[in-house]
Ligand binder design. Structure first.
Ligand SMILES: *Cc1c(COP(=O)(O)O)cnc(C)c1O
Length: 486
């Protein structure tokens, strides 16, 4: 029962592939967002009591139908949401291969080919981010959160060699870390999980362009020193989740250097810009000075979730952070010049995360990815222009394709209530998915991000059309946008 017979397998693969192909070919005809009804879903699942086995065909159809019906289709070309792209075709193939071969990436000797592929990718990505090829090290992670957590642990180990053995309670001073108030909240979890506690995260205010304020950062570090804390790590965000803002990376690198602190760049999404020659200056000239970098291949590189990457230019620090001695792990590679993955990672048994990146890159090449990223940047620009032409006001300034806007025309056009209502109407139409967010000092905005390689100008225009429709529903006093004046 666990392994189906050859004939059934052959049929089942055909069925599976037809389900996948139907999804890829027809998802654009689906509602982008589902009805949210937990009771209906639970009623469906109550039928699945595992008492009477069903056929593999019925089983696959059951879950495929469920996902069709009850999922925000992040792979839809009018999903303008968070950084949840559709998968690359080669990424889907990779995940199937990985499931079939099921390589164990804990010990090098069990999966030497897979482990070397990941190391090869780590070196290539490190190089793209400007690291010296001789000192690049890193590890694949479940995602950006684990990469950020890894960054905190390596920063602690680097600054406090006794941390790994004796823990936070043995530290002479309490470490604190600095992230902009627009930075990612995974640092709060990392601080909790590492034993520092979330209060160790200093959320530094941003300037009027939503970048971390240098004055506020320097002042807070000085105050923390006076109060007996140990300023440990500065995090620059390259592409904030809310508004796609890139912190002043080089300036923050200078502060970290002057203060003797670990410098981490969270480039989970925005790191994609380092792969495009014309966009590299957005990050380079700063990011290569980072002690560690987070990059998420499941964001701008569009591979299936989850595929995070942690990079560092301290080749010994992962090993110092994660090495443990065991009596049972394979020793076949002892004495060889190789990296044992389980001594480099929070994880132990580990899936071959790198294959979906490797196969996608082999087939698209760096140039294919550069073209994809340039296309999305162009769609972001197109969206900004189309919104402005319809009298929506774009309020974030970034070259990256995340657009935050309010309604310039409507008297309540900057209030959370009004913007929530617009977004609610748009999502309820089923034509597109967008969201509201708060940026800066809590300013409510509508947020639309380009995350799909299939999103073209017609989808962008459809979004603006449906926004305009929602706006005219909101108000009978609305008289229309005087776009000639723009
Ligand atoms: C997405 C994101 C994260 C978290 O990454 P996951 O892959 O969701 O764990 C962290 N930082 C930034 C800037 C992100 O965009």
């Amino acid at each position: 029962m666990l392994m189906l017979d050859g004939h059934t397998r052959a049929e089942m693969w055909r069925h599976l592939i037809s389900v996948i192909e139907k999804y890829l070919n027809e998802v654009h005809t689906a509602r982008v967002a589902p009805e949210l009804d937990a009771d209906k879903i639970r009623a469906l699942l109550r039928e699945c009591d595992f008492q009477r086995p069903i056929s593999p065909f019925d089983a696959i159809s059951l879950v495929a139908d469920g996902m069709w019906q009850y999922q925000v289709h992040t792979t839809h070309p009018r999903y303008f949401g968070l950084f949840n792209p559709p998968s690359t075709t080669m990424g889907i193939a990779a995940d199937a291969l990985v499931a079939a071969f099921n390589p164990q990436l804990a010990a090098w000797s069990h999966s030497p080919f897979a482990t070397e592929i990941e190391q090869h990718l780590i070196r290539h990505f490190g190089y793209r981010f400007g690291y010296d090829p001789w000192t690049i090290d890193g590890t694949f992670t479940s995602g950006g959160s684990e990469a950020n957590h890894t960054a905190l642990l390596t920063a602690l180990t680097h600054s406090f060699p006794e941390f790994g053995e004796d823990g936070v309670r043995a530290l002479p001073e309490q470490p604190v870390i600095y992230v902009s108030s627009e930075g990612h909240h995974s640092f709060l979890k990392a601080a909790r999980a590492s034993g520092l506690g979330a209060a160790a995260v200093r959320e530094i205010p941003v300037d009027d362009r939503l970048k971390m304020s240098l004055e506020a950062l320097v002042a807070r570090i000085a105050r923390d020193r006076v109060e007996g804390f140990k300023p440990l790590m500065i995090v620059a965000t390259a592409g904030t989740a809310g508004a796609g803002i890139i912190d002043p990376i080089a300036d923050l690198a200078n502060v970290a250097e002057r203060e003797g602190m670990w410098f981490h760049v969270d480039a989970a999404w925005g790191g994609g810009a380092a792969l495009v020659p014309g966009l590299r200056p957005l990050l380079l000239g700063g990011i290569e000075r980072a002690d560690s970098i987070t990059f998420d291949a499941h964001k701008w590189l569009s591979v299936p979730m989850g595929a995070g990457i942690y990079l560092t230019r301290h080749p010994e620090v992962l090993e110092r952070t994660f090495r443990v001695a065991t009596g049972y792990m394979p020793r076949d590679a002892a004495g060889m010049d190789v990296i044992e993955p389980y001594t480099h990672s929070i994880q132990w048994s580990r899936r071959f995360i790198g294959l979906k990146v490797f196969l996608s890159l082999l087939v698209a090449g760096w140039d294919g990815y550069a073209e994809h990223i340039r296309h999305q940047i162009a769609m972001g620009d197109h969206l900004r222009r189309s919104l402005e032409a319809s009298c929506w006001e774009v309020v974030n300034r970034t070259p990256l394709p995340v657009v935050c806007f309010v309604d310039r025309e409507h008297p309540d056009g900057r209030t959370a209530e009004y913007l929530d209502a617009i977004v609610h109407t748009v999502v309820a139409f089923g034509e597109a998915w967008i969201s509201t967010a708060r940026i800066g000092a809590g300013q409510p905005v509508i947020r639309a991000g380009i995350t799909n390689y299939r999103t073209g100008p017609e989808n962008v225009e459809a979004l603006v059309a449906v926004l305009n429709q929602a706006r005219s529903r909101e108000s009978d006093i609305y008289v229309g946008c005087n776009s000639e004046a723009v």
